[in-house]
Design a protein around this ligand. Structure first.
Ligand SMILES: CC(C)(COP(=O)(O)OP(=O)(O)OC[C@H]1O[C@@H](n2cnc3c(N)ncnc32)[C@H](O)[C@@H]1OP(=O)(O)O)[C@@H](O)C(=O)NCCC(=O)NCCS
Length: 287
């Protein structure tokens, strides 16, 4: 700890990250998330891929520094009238001194100046410091919750329906309709198109599968069925197909992130022997 003392948070200078200094942010993230609920290890490649996949900009990341060292950061991702907080953290030695609060307020100001009217974020159930901070800042949970789950890639003998390989652009309309009630990251086509290069895309009448390749962690599957085509077994067929294709691609573990916590989704997870690993709560605030 150098020049930063108790009570200094109000004076703390918050600046935009110089995208050429991504390494400094990676170092800070690795310190911040070393004691996190889920272990996260960042690297320049991981961070670049993450930013691409959420449609974020490195130069929009706001950092708080003590001399040369980054002591906290926030990653506001602005999308028209919404800003999504794509990461917030303060290194352990500087917590409980108002740095997180200052960063959040700076992110809201930054986004408001660029036209955003609502701030959205997700917080892991059980992350009490973050929940307390967001509640104090006026964020409220409107009841929407998400699940992450883990299972295995399995080869099925048949799928019922046989999806055809299609171009990424061909499923964007389907995606928009199917995911309009999903978490921020899933419903944003602008974020999704960033991962176009790394997708295998398939469709059937009324549904689609995308398998997005993420260099550091394998493939992330996206599956969707149009509301009027649900309950007909299309989702089951698409899931069997996706798990088989992932098996062919060599995946030994399949993780899915932030799917809606509702009955149909839970039934599907049970059917394919997926175990829930994490619950997230969506919080919002008018800014
Ligand atoms: C969440 C986090 C960013 C908070 O940063 P911080 O700089 O310690 O927060 P602040 O000092 O600005 O706290 C502001 C208010 O939040 C609440 N708060 C913060 N930490 C808390 C804790 N450990 N327990 C209870 N309330 C807490 C308090 O209301 C606090 O105000 P007070 O100190 O006047 O009581 C920090 O704990 C962190 O980096 N955690 C690990 C990463 C993480 O969880 N990120 C958020 C992911 S959604």
């Amino acid at each position: 700890m150098k020049g930063f003392d108790m009570g200094d948070a109000e004076k703390l200078k918050i600046t935009n990250l110089d995208p050429g200094e991504l390494e400094r942010l990676v170092d800070a993230q690795n310190e911040i998330f070393a004691d996190y609920i889920i272990p996260v290890t960042s690297s320049p490649q991981f961070l670049r891929e993450f930013m691409r996949s959420i449609g974020g900009k490195a130069e929009n990341v706001l950092i708080a520094a003590d001399g040369e060292d980054i002591i906290g950061y926030v990653n506001p991702v602005i999308d028209d009238k919404e800003v999504w907080i794509g990461g917030l953290g303060v290194v352990p030695a500087f917590r409980r001194r108002g740095v997180g609060r200052r960063l959040m307020i700076a992110a809201e100001d930054f986004a408001r100046d660029r036209g955003a009217e609502e701030s959205i974020l997700e917080v892991i159930e059980g992350n009490l410091p973050a929940l307390a901070l967001y509640e104090r800042l006026g964020y409220s949970a409107k009841g929407r919750k998400y699940l992450s789950a883990e299972g295995r890639a399995v080869q099925f003998a048949g799928f019922g329906l046989m999806p055809s390989r299609v171009r990424f652009d061909d499923v964007l309309d389907l995606h928009r309709t199917v995911y309009c009630d999903a978490c921020w990251q899933r419903r944003k086509v602008s974020a999704l198109t960033e991962s176009e290069r790394t997708c295998e895309t398939y469709s059937v009448d009324g549904g689609f599968v995308m398998l997005r390749r993420v260099g550091t962690t394998g493939h992330i599957p996206f599956i969707g069925v149009l509301p009027e085509k649900r309950g007909l077994g299309i989702g089951t067929s698409l899931t069997k197909f996706a798990l088989s294709r992932l098996w062919e691609l060599g995946a030994f573990k399949v993780a899915i992130y932030n799917v809606n916590d509702d009955r149909p989704t839970r039934r599907m997870l049970d059917k394919f022997d997926f175990a829930v690993t994490l619950k997230q709560i969506e919080m919002r605030k008018a800014i």
